[in-house]
Write a protein that binds this ligand. Structure first.
Ligand SMILES: NC(=O)c1ccc[n+]([C@@H]2O[C@H](COP(=O)([O-])OP(=O)(O)OC[C@H]3O[C@@H](n4cnc5c(N)ncnc54)[C@H](OP(=O)(O)O)[C@@H]3O)[C@@H](O)[C@H]2O)c1
Length: 333
């Protein structure tokens, strides 16, 4: 497995991480046994970074990862590094109720996550979205205290812009910023990426397949459950979806010429953007995981990259990456 290092102070991780969210939430139903088999297969293939959030189905995702770790051979369990997001507040009916980054809340969230994951420390801990009522210095300071006590190893960030990145980095060493980045979500290139590069912070990129939209497997007629994020995402609606799937067809031609899949081209493109970028792939079956891992063997030369840029120029996507009320929480568009 190829490896990359998170920032100047973070851990060495596999060049692809596994994002586990879809195994519990937001993309319709998932098969529990297949999800656990997928985590095991990822670890066997040398994937070390497992990403989750305590609010993904209210602890369900952490308990699933906990079970996968408990039932994995010891050597594989020991190589696993956990990246955990906290701070999003939920109601029993699943409604989202804002963010809490107060130091006491941070420690409380961490105590529960350690139990659910069944681990004695979390490798990278980050607030999912900035709490507008709590200075980032206080939230990061609380994670630093958890580091001093051995419960957490590294501070990460998620979906914040350049100013908050600078303030956080002035408070404690930051290993990585988790943020959406893909062929059709390139907002970080303007100010976020130059800032993380200046400060020696890596990017753990999510949505590299734009939640399946540019995977090559998504179709116009796919029926989505009402609780599937994509049923409400602007990019998956009507004319936007038609336009975006036309981009995928342009990409499919390039993938076909190289004898690889569309998903592999899309992941390989993110990998090609720099050693400081680690894509988190959201595979929730072993078949999709295998396909994703194949991207590590895809080399894109200058001619490939030019053809990809022509097929899918920056800003080519139709529709925002989140519904309008959720865009307001993001530090980068
Ligand atoms: N920090 C944040 O704000 C934030 C936000 C979102 C996610 N994340 C993290 O990032 C991780 C990855 O995000 P994501 O799941 O949205 O990313 P993604 O990889 O863009 O999308 C994953 C979805 O794409 C589809 N897909 C089709 N072919 C695939 C293939 N070969 N490999 C993988 N998936 C394929 C699957 O949907 P179907 O099975 O329905 O086809 C899968 O659920 C999440 O699991 C989560 O841990 C973080």
């Amino acid at each position: 497995m190829q490896t990359r290092t998170l920032g100047t102070t973070g851990p060495q991780v596999s060049a692809l991480g596994l994002g586990c969210m879809g195994m519990s939430a937001l993309y319709g139903g998932a098969d529990r046994a297949e999800s656990i088999a997928t985590v095991h297969a990822a670890l066997e293939a040398g994937v070390t970074l497992l990403d989750t959030g305590d609010f993904y189905a209210m602890g369900h995702n952490e308990m699933l990862i906990g079970e996968a770790l408990r039932t994995a051979p010891a050597a594989l369990r020991e190589q696993a590094l956990t990246s955990v997001k906290f701070g999003a507040l939920r109601s029993p009916d699943g409604e989202w109720a804002g963010y809490d980054g107060r130091p006491a809340a941070v420690k409380n969230f961490a105590a529960y996550s350690l139990q659910r994951l069944g681990v004695d420390h979390i490798d990278v801990y980050r607030i999912a979205r900035l709490d507008p009522d709590v200075p980032i210095e206080e939230t990061v300071g609380a994670i630093s205290e958890l580091i001093e006590k051995g419960y957490v190893r590294h501070v990460g960030l998620s979906e914040v812009g350049a100013d908050i990145i600078r303030r956080a980095a002035a408070t404690a060493p930051i290993s990585d910023l988790q943020i959406e980045y893909s062929l059709i979500s390139r907002g970080i290139e303007d100010s976020v990426l130059p800032t993380t590069r200046e400060l020696g912070i890596s990017i753990t990129a999510y949505g590299v397949l734009s939640r399946g939209l540019i995977s090559g497997h998504f179709t116009h007629d796919r029926q989505l459950a009402a609780n599937d994020f994509r049923a409400h995402s602007p990019r998956f609606q009507g004319d936007n979806l038609r336009h975006n799937l036309d981009l995928v067809e342009a990409l499919r031609k390039i993938a076909g010429q190289k004898g690889v899949s569309v998903a592999q081209i899309a992941i390989a493109w993110v990998l090609s953007r720099g050693e400081d970028i680690v894509p988190l792939v959201g595979a929730r079956t072993r078949e999709r995981l295998d396909e994703s891992l194949g991207a590590l063997d895809v080399t894109l030369d200058a001619a490939d990259l030019a053809a990809i840029e022509q097929a899918v120029p920056a800003d080519a996507a139709a529709g925002d990456r989140y519904p309008a009320p959720l865009m307001a929480h993001l530090g980068s568009k």
